[in-house]
Write a protein that binds this ligand. Structure first.
Ligand code: SF4
Length: 226
């Protein structure tokens, strides 16, 4: 079986990016460009709050916050907001349940479910136990939603992982296909320029991006006060 090396692992967040837009994935993970908008910054602040590694335990149950996970088989690395571990009487791990904290509400799109599935795959490899379900906690709903890590979700996640490695291997940023519903809420809109330069698949202009970054400092300052 092929195993990826530690140096080649791709962050689990890449799955959400590639599901949203292949060009966005390539801009972030191949061209190393990241633009933060108010929504991503708010999400970052939320995750920084829960990413503090600590754990709580009862006799046969443990909660691990900010647990680092990885899969050498799939080439993924990431961090779970929370993993709940159920132990056998011999204190071996019998079941693992990843839990992700999200801003907003449950979404129609699979972004969060795919992320959870990738975490489940990592936990399965790390602990050698099946992970049948995970949970999403949406701040605006104040409750957990159980997500079954079933066949269709696994198939979709594996397809995305395969596409990640395909684009990584080619090293080519896909051209932009402007879709107003998608592009207008994309944090990379100004750098991508999907109606002009990006449509030809050009790489982003670093000078333009530095100007955009400066203009967005105000947004970052606002979020950091949350
Ligand atoms: S602006 Fe549109 S085409 Fe460009 S990365 Fe974002 S979603 Fe993709």
């Amino acid at each position: 079986m092929h195993l990826y090396s530690e140096d080649d692992l791709v962050p689990i967040s890449a799955l959400q990016h590639i599901l949203f837009c292949e060009r966005q994935f390539a801009l972030i993970h191949i061209e190393q460009f990241w633009e933060e908008n108010c929504f991503t910054a708010e999400g970052r602040v939320l995750h920084e709050r829960v990413d503090v590694e600590h754990h709580e335990s009862r006799r046969l149950f443990r909660q691990e916050y900010g647990m680092a996970v990885r899969s050498l088989e799939r080439g993924l690395i990431g961090k779970c907001d929370l993993v709940e571990l159920y132990l056998t009487s011999e204190k071996k791990i019998a079941e693992a349940v990843p839990v992700e904290f999200k801003r907003g509400r449950n979404k129609e799109e699979d972004f969060d479910r795919v992320q959870l599935c990738a975490q489940a795959v990592c936990l399965e490899e790390m602990f050698n136990v099946p992970v049948a379900a995970g949970q999403l906690y949406y701040l605006q709903e104040h409750r957990r939603t159980t997500v079954n890590i079933d066949g269709p979700l696994r198939a979709k996640t594996m397809e995305l992982i395969a596409r990640i490695w395909q684009i990584q291997a080619s090293g080519i940023t896909p051209p932009a296909l402007y879709e107003n519903k998608k592009c207008d809420r994309c944090s990379l809109l100004e750098g991508c320029m999907p109606k002009s330069a990006g449509a030809g698949g050009k790489r982003v202009d670093r000078f333009v991006l530095s100007q955009i970054r400066a203009a967005r400092e105000e947004c970052g300052r606002w979020v950091d006060t949350l």
